[in-house]
Design a protein around this ligand. Structure first.
Ligand code: SAH
Length: 478
């Protein structure tokens, strides 16, 4: 390590900044945020600094730098564009053993500023030791993206309750308790901005804390379930919250639609349990319910990963009924449903000012005695997306045609949407079933019906999709 990382307490302490230009503004703002008393030495001030001085938020000494200006300072920054002045500030500071930073000049500095992510009181500081501030900033951006927006609120929430927990729990129980708070329902509620829900959940956790110590400590209390939408396949389409919860789950229950690439985003030591089912197999769904309850009762944090969105043809509703009946707390996290993923990756706008004023998601597999209003679905200027319909294409097309949809009505099939092998086939109601047969389309795939499916091929912006799909897509387009 070339530098010692630390956080310096400068509240109410005198800080001196030499220079009154643009660079100085940034440093002044940073120092003011950390509560120090700022003095700026500069013959002239930029407008922003001038205003701060007028409001009394900083002290301005309108003079050329002299070493005596540093007398009380606990920290010094040189931010002029004159090398000689900067060097003089550096030398004078060193002589007084005051930490000094010369902006963009590590050689003249005794400390350097990190790139920061500020979720006060949580602060992440990143440094490249002066080698590459650009790289440090990029790392900072990556961290920024994964840290929840309300992380600071969570830290404060916990800070405010530390005393109460100290009173209620013995030393050994505290850490597992806080782990549960951070990683569980309470933490998730705070991060979601639900203060009242968090408070209620916290009180109940504290009341039952003797039951709910984590399995790592041998406890055997009540766990919780995260019902997570895994999106249509591309792991980059997971939400940030899905990632955060996957990272803390002890067990992951997943089904056929969840690819390895998504599973790999879960904690390495988490137990993975396959609960896939073939269409219409009800006993498997019962088994899933049993497993959810079984693992949660063991005190584990259970991620139930479901393809797409849990509440779109996903039986998420049944699972939360079961959990509620058993008093098991759960969090549900939405996912990108297949229709949205497919449409986006195939360049098909599901609604369009001219072509489609509404979009309908339909389950295409229960056609016997279905209660669908086929007349309404067959009408113009709308988009209809059929899930689970590939093996019933002929029936779906026939129903739409009977209900009055024209033979030339555009339709498309998107197979394995957002996966690397995604294929998009375009045609009309007359041709699409045959095109699918020839191309040997298999599940998972969606049938999208509506004028918007012809839109992509007429718009230059979307030609990449046609190219990726190869000649099939071109050949199939009518
Ligand atoms: N809850 C899921 C849907 C489950 S039903 C969601 O919100 O997406 C299963 C059906 O979804 C499949 O038969 C198929 O029609 C569709 N589907 C799921 N993933 C898909 C994908 N990657 N590409 C195309 N269709 C998909």
């Amino acid at each position: 390590m070339d530098y010692l990382p630390l956080f310096l307490q400068v509240r109410s302490q005198p800080a001196v900044i030499v220079g009154g230009g643009r660079v100085a503004v940034r440093k002044v703002n940073l120092l003011l945020r950390s509560g120090s008393h700022v003095t700026v030495i500069a013959p002239e001030l930029r407008e922003e600094l001038h205003e701060l001085a007028e409001r009394g938020e900083l002290r301005h000494i309108p003079a050329k730098f002299e070493p005596a200006h540093l007398d009380d300072a606990v920290i010094v920054i040189a931010a002029t564009n004159d090398h000689d002045v900067n060097a003089a500030v550096s030398a004078a500071s060193r002589a007084r053993r005051i930490p000094v930073n010369v902006v963009d000049d590590p050689a003249l500095s005794t400390f350097i500023f990190p790139a920061i992510v500020d979720r006060s009181p949580i602060i992440v500081a990143v440094s490249s030791g002066g080698e590459s501030p650009v790289l440090a900033r990029r790392v900072r951006e990556q961290i920024e993206a994964i840290l929840p927006e309300k992380l600071g609120a969570l830290a404060r929430f916990m800070g405010e309750r530390r005393k109460a927990v100290q009173r209620a729990l013995g030393i050994a129980a505290r850490r597992p308790f806080w782990e549960r708070i951070v990683g569980g329902i309470v933490g998730t509620r705070v991060l979601a901005g639900d203060a009242a829900g968090a408070e209620k959940a916290f009180e109940s956790e504290l009341r039952t804390s003797h039951l709910t110590t984590s399995p790592a400590t041998g406890g055997n209390g009540l766990g919780e379930v995260y019902l997570i939408g895994a999106g249509p396949g591309d792991p980059d389409l997971l939400t940030l919250r899905a990632l955060q919860l996957l990272q803390q789950a002890d067990v992951v229950l997943y089904d056929r639609l969840v690819p390895d690439a998504v599973l790999d985003r879960s904690r390495r030591d988490a137990e993975r349990v396959f609960v896939g089912k073939e269409a219409g197999n009800h006993t498997v769904q019962d088994r899933i319910h049993e497993l959810l309850v079984y693992y949660a009762r063991k005190g584990l944090r259970v991620a139930r990963l479901k393809g797409g969105d849990p509440f779109v043809f996903g039986r998420g509703g049944e699972e939360i009924e079961v959990l509620t009946r058993h008093g098991i707390p759960y969090i549900s996290v939405p996912g990108i449903t297949a229709a949205l993923g497919a449409a986006s990756y195939a360049g098909i706008p599901l609604t369009h000012r001219r072509l489609a004023q509404s979009v309908t998601f339909v389950a295409g597999h229960v056609l016997e005695g279905d209660s669908l209003d086929w007349r309404a679905l067959a009408g113009p200027r709308q988009t209809v997306v059929f899930y689970m319909g590939v093996s019933h294409l002929d029936r779906i097309v026939a129903k739409l045609r009977e209900a009055g949809a024209p033979a030339a009505h555009p339709a498309a099939i998107v197979e394995r949407a957002t996966h690397p092998e995604q294929r998009t086939l375009r045609g009309t109601l007359e041709t699409i079933a045959e095109i699918a047969r020839k191309a040997n389309v298999t599940a998972p795939a969606l049938l999208i019906v509506g004028e918007v499916t012809a839109f992509a091929s007429t718009d230059a912006l979307f030609t990449t999709d046609a190219r990726k799909d190869g000649s099939m897509s071109h050949g199939a387009f009518v």
